[in-house]
Design a protein around this ligand. Structure first.
Ligand SMILES: *Cc1c(COP(=O)(O)O)cnc(C)c1O
Length: 366
């Protein structure tokens, strides 16, 4: 059986460290706040090359709090890629703004800048750059556009921990960035978790206040906020896992190279493209083909698990019917063709070869 994700496999490789970290947290009763939250925030800011990191309860909250902290007038338009997890769009609406979908680039599946530009109006206040599948967006291009139209650039890094654009880690390349530590992400907690990243001290302080009841001291609340905190157990676990992250991402890249070598040249199979001077975080390795469902079934019969990211493009979801975004030519038409292959440090070279050989024989038979 070749699993799509295997969290237990990873746990076994770091069991002693993880068990120790959990036990220490319990012995210290450091469940909310405490040393491990502080040290994780510092270590993760350092890792992502940002000045400030604010731990929050999950990645969706990270986006929501970041947008709230930017303080746009209500009803502002925010541009979101049409292919992403719903959080990228949900956070916009939850903050009282309007989602404007833009199409994605057929090579990298990240924002298509020509399409983004067409959708900017006088009401547009921000762009959410999702580093989808772990491929960093064209940050320089987006920054030029943001500067020209006075827009904020928000990075959704939920799939791109450790990803780099021109030698710089993602997270604080724009105005503010959001991370998720959902268990299956490249850096995953043992429950929910998230973080906000920025180089702007005032923005970081505002996020920290919003996430912790608007307070600066225990019972001194300057504004009304909410409760969205990274808890001590998750931070202790993340502190352990962060030390292994670079090795895991290198392994993901090595596997991707193996897939490229083995799958190159198959007619009808479109491989993902690494575009520009980037370190791809390879959260997912997504291929595209017309008879996607047949290949998915074929692999399942051979005990190979795959995923689909995402089966319904965001503009086509019932939740976004009210927007009527039908003019998204690429993303709206390829959702039935996407297939995510097994990816992660649990996948061995021989697993990858089995996946490759199964795909080759599928294409021979059809
Ligand atoms: C996972 C994910 C999120 C949300 O993170 P949660 O921690 O599950 O709330 C946001 N954006 C993208 C692109 C994601 O993949």
């Amino acid at each position: 059986m070749i699993k799509f994700v295997d969290l237990y496999h990873q746990y076994q490789t770091i069991k002693t460290e993880i068990d120790g970290a959990i036990l220490t947290t319990i012995e210290q009763s450091a469940f909310i706040g405490g040393a491990s939250v502080k040290s994780f925030e510092a270590a993760f800011a350092d890792y992502q090359q940002a000045a400030h990191c604010v731990g929050v309860a999950n990645g969706t909250d990270a986006l929501e709090i970041a947008i709230e902290a930017l303080g746009f007038p209500s009803g502002s338009e925010i541009i979101v890629p049409a292919n992403s997890f719903i959080s990228s769009a949900e956070a916009v609406t939850r903050c009282g703004h309007r989602v404007v979908f833009a199409d994605i680039n057929p090579a990298t599946y990240t924002l298509n800048l020509l399409d983004v530009e067409k959708r900017i109006t006088n009401n547009t206040k921000a762009i959410i750059a999702v580093h989808l599948y772990g491929h960093p967006c064209d940050i320089d291009g987006l920054k030029v556009m943001a500067a020209a139209h006075n827009l904020k650039l928000i990075e959704d890094c939920a799939q791109a921990h450790g990803g780099e654009y021109k030698g710089r880690r993602v997270g604080a390349l724009g105005d503010i960035g959001a991370f998720s530590f959902y268990p299956g992400k490249n850096l995953g907690a043992y429950g929910d978790g998230g973080a906000i990243m920025t180089n702007d001290y005032n923005l970081a302080t505002r996020c920290r206040m919003i996430a912790n009841h608007g307070r600066i001291d225990k019972y001194n609340h300057l504004i009304e906020g909410r409760n969205s905190r990274l808890d001590g157990l998750q931070a202790a676990i993340l502190n352990v896992k962060l030390k292994h992250l670079d090795g895991w991402i290198d392994r993901r890249n090595a596997l991707a190279q193996r897939y490229y070598t083995g799958l190159r040249g198959i007619k009808g199979l479109v491989l993902p493209v690494i575009d520009g001077d980037v370190r791809h975080a390879f959260h997912l390795f997504v291929v595209r083909l017309d008879n996607r469902n047949s290949l998915k079934d074929y692999l399942a019969e051979r005990a190979i698990e795959t995923g689909i990211h995402y089966p319904i493009a965001l503009p086509k979801l019932a939740a976004y019917e009210y927007l009527g975004s039908k003019d998204i030519n690429f993303a709206n038409n390829i959702d039935a063709t996407l297939l995510s292959l097994p990816m992660g440090e649990h996948v061995t070279d021989s697993d990858a070869d089995n996946v490759i050989n199964a795909i080759i024989s599928f294409f021979r038979e059809v």
